[in-house]
Design a protein around this ligand. Structure first.
Ligand code: NAD
Length: 497
C-alpha cells in the first residue's frame, strides 16, 4: 500500500451502482436512489439504489430458487470450497481498490481499513472455505441395534443486515459461514457504507458462485431492512447493529414466520487497569488505541477505562499523552492515525454525548470538539472524560464515537462490580501481572471476550458475540456454523427382523 496508489484511486469517479439480484446488476424497481456523502469532505460522491419491498421480494425469490435448484446447496463440499477460495483471491486482488472505495464511503483510516476490511474479509472467506470439508456430522452413542446419525443441514435463505463500521469484515463474518454451509443469502448493507459490499456480487459471479446464491440489496433500513425482516420466506436474520434495530428484528420475526434471529449489538466495554499491570506505558498506548481507532466506531471499543486509584494520576498522564499524540485527519492519508466520523448525524450524536457528560459533572481532560471543519468533512478530537460516575449517561450508553469515560476503583471486587454495571457485555480487558487476578476477572466479567494484558486483535479462530443486551449468537470460528445450519437426526433400526 503506497500513497500515490491511494491518491490515484481516491479521485476515480464512483460508477453507477446497481442492486445484485439473481446474478445480475439491476436498478431498484422504482428507480429511486440515495446520495452517498463522503465523510472525508462532505461531498456527494455517488448514489446507491434505494430498494423497496418489491426489490427485496425479488432478491428473496432468487435466493430461494437457487437454494431449491441445489447447484450450491447440494453441491459437493469441494465445489463450494473452490468457489469461496476463489472469492477470497479476487477480494485480495482488488484489495486496495475496495479499501479506498470503502474509506471514501465511511471514513475509516486507510491504514486500518486495508487490513480490517478487504484483507480480513478475504481471510474469512478462506477460513470457512477451508472448513467446509473438515467439519463432520456425528454418530450418536446408541445401542448396537440402532444407528443414530446427526446431520447438519443449511437453513435455506439467510438475510444478513450489517452496519456501516467495517462493512466488509462484518459482512464476511456472516456471508462466509452461511454460504459455506450451503445457504443462499440476501445481504443488506448500511446506507452509509454500501459501495464496497456492492462490489461483492460481481466478484462472487467471477468466482463461480451460482446466480441467486448471493444477492445484495441496498437502501433504507426502515424500508428494505424491514421488508427482509418481515419476509415470510427468509429463514434466518443475521444482524450486526444497534440494540434498537435488533429489537425490531425480533418483532419482525414474531409478526412473520418466526425466522431465527441472531443479534450482534453494541457495547460499553470496560478496560480494567490494575496497579500491577506489567507495563503501564504499553497499557496506556493500547488503551488509547482500543477506544480511538476508527474514531471509536468499533463495537468492541474499550469505551470505559477503569483504573485502580493508586495509579490513577500516573496512568492518566500516560493515557492523555498517548491520546494527544494521535493524528486525526484525512482517512486516505497514510499519516493519519484516525480518520473521519462516518456521517454528520453521527458527529452530532457524539457532540451531544460530550455536552451531556459536561452537564452531569464529568471532567473533560482532553478533546471534546469538532475539528477540521474547513475540509467540509466530519472529524472529532479523541476525547477523554475523567471522574465519570457509574450512574452518568457516559458510563451507561454507547457513544460509538471517540469518547472515553474514566472511572477509578479501589479493589478487585469494585472493579468487577463496575465492569458489570451496564446492560451490555460485549468485550473487556484486564491488565495485571497476577495470574490469579487475571483468571478471577475472566470469570467475573460478563462479556463475550475478556482480553488480558492487551486490547482487541482476537482473530478468526475464536468466537465474537455478546452477553446481556450486546446480543446473542456468535460470529467467527467454527461456532458460527451453528447459526446457519440445522441439526437433523436419522434414527435407523439395525434390528435383524
Ligand atoms: P443500525 O442498527 O442503525 O443499522 C444497522 C443495519 O440495520 C443497517 O444496515 C440499517 O440499514 C439496518 N436497519 C436500520 N433500521 C432498520 C429497521 N427498522 N429494520 C431493519 N433493518 C434496519 O446500526 P449502525 O448505526 O449501522 O451501527 C452501529 C451499531 O452497530 C452500534 O450499536 C455498534 O455497537 C453495533 N455494532 C456491533 C458489532 C458487534 O459485532 N457486536 C459490530 C459492529 C457494530
Amino acid at each position: 500500500m503506497d500513497q500515490p496508489a491511494i491518491d490515484r484511486l481516491r479521485v476515480e469517479p464512483v460508477p453507477e451502482q446497481v442492486l445484485w439480484i439473481g446474478g445480475r446488476g439491476v436498478p431498484a424497481a422504482g428507480g429511486a436512489t440515495l446520495d452517498v456523502t463522503s465523510p472525508i469532505d462532505g461531498r456527494t460522491i455517488g448514489a446507491i439504489p434505494d430498494a423497496g419491498p418489491e426489490d427485496v421480494h425479488r432478491a428473496v425469490v432468487a435466493a430461494r430458487a437457487a437454494f431449491e435448484k441445489g447447484s450450491w446447496s447440494r453441491a459437493a463440499p469441494a465445489t463450494r470450497k473452490k468457489a469461496l477460495s476463489k472469492l477470497a483471491d479476487l477480494i485480495e486482488r482488488d484489495a486496495l481498490e475496495l479499501a479506498v472505495l470503502g474509506v471514501r464511503d465511511n471514513g475509516t483510516e486507510i491504514s486500518m481499513a486495508y487490513k480490517a476490511e478487504p484483507l480480513s474479509a478475504a481471510a474469512t472467506f478462506r477460513y470457512y472455505a477451508e472448513a467446509i470439508d473438515k467439519v463432520y456430522g456425528e454418530i450418536a452413542p446408541t445401542p448396537s441395534d440402532v444407528l443414530g446419525l446427526i446431520h447438519r443441514e443449511p437453513l435455506g435463505v439467510v438475510a444478513a443486515i450489517v452496519p456501516w463500521n467495517f462493512p466488509m469484515m462484518i459482512g464476511a463474518w456472516k456471508l462466509a459461514p452461511a454460504l459455506a454451509a450451503g445457504n443462499s443469502v440476501v445481504l443488506k448493507p448500511a446506507e452509509a457504507a454500501s459501495l464496497a459490499l456492492l462490489r461483492l456480487g460481481q466478484l462472487a459471479a467471477e468466482a463461480g458462485i451460482p446466480e441467486g446464491v448471493l444477492n445484495i440489496v441496498t437502501g433504507r433500513g426502515a424500508v428494505a431492512g424491514e421488508a427482509l425482516g418481515l419476509h415470510m420466506d427468509v429463514d434466518a436474520l443475521a444482524f450486526t447493529g444497534s440494540g434498537a434495530v435488533g429489537r425490531r428484528l425480533l418483532e419482525y420475526s414474531a409478526r412473520s414466520n418466526l425466522k431465527r434471529v441472531h443479534l450482534e449489538l453494541g457495547g460499553k466495554s470496560p478496560n480494567i487497569v490494575f496497579a500491577d499491570a506489567p507495563d503501564l506505558d504499553l497499557a496506556a498506548k493500547v488503551s488509547a488505541f482500543g477506544i480511538f481507532r476508527n474514531s471509536g466506531q468499533v463495537c468492541v471499543a474499550g469505551s470505559r477505562l477503569l483504573v485502580q486509584s493508586s495509579i490513577h494520576d500516573a496512568f492518566m498522564e500516560k493515557l492523555v499523552a498517548a491520546t494527544e499524540k494521535l493524528r486525526v485527519g484525512d482517512p486516505l492519508d497514510l499519516e493519519s492515525d484516525i480518520g473521519a466520523i462516518t456521517s454528520a448525524v453521527q458527529l452530532d450524536k457524539n457532540l451531544d454525548h460530550v455536552a451531556a457528560a459536561r452537564e452531569e459533572g464529568a471532567s473533560l481532560v482532553t478533546g471534546g470538539a469538532r475539528i477540521l471543519e474547513e475540509t467540509g468533512g466530519f472529524y472529532m478530537e479523541p476525547t477523554v472524560f475523567d471522574r465519570v460516575r457509574p450512574e452518568m449517561k457516559l458510563a451507561r450508553e454507547e457513544v460509538f464515537g471517540p469518547v472515553l469515560a474514566v472511572t477509578s476503583f479501589d479493589d478487585e471486587a469494585e472493579a468487577a462490580r463496575l465492569a458489570n454495571s451496564t446492560v451490555y457485555g460485549l468485550a473487556s480487558a484486564v491488565w495485571t501481572s497476577n495470574l490469579a487476578t487475571a483468571h478471577r476477572m475472566v470469570r467475573a466479567v460478563r462479556a463475550g471476550v475478556v482480553h488480558v494484558n492487551t486490547y482487541g486483535g482476537a482473530d478468526l479462530t475464536v468466537p465474537l458475540g455478546g452477553f446481556g443486551q450486546s446480543g446473542f449468537g456468535r460470529d467467527k470460528s467454527l461456532h458460527a456454523f451453528d447459526k446457519y445450519t440445522d441439526l437433523k437426526t436419522a434414527w435407523i433400526s439395525l434390528a435383524n427382523r
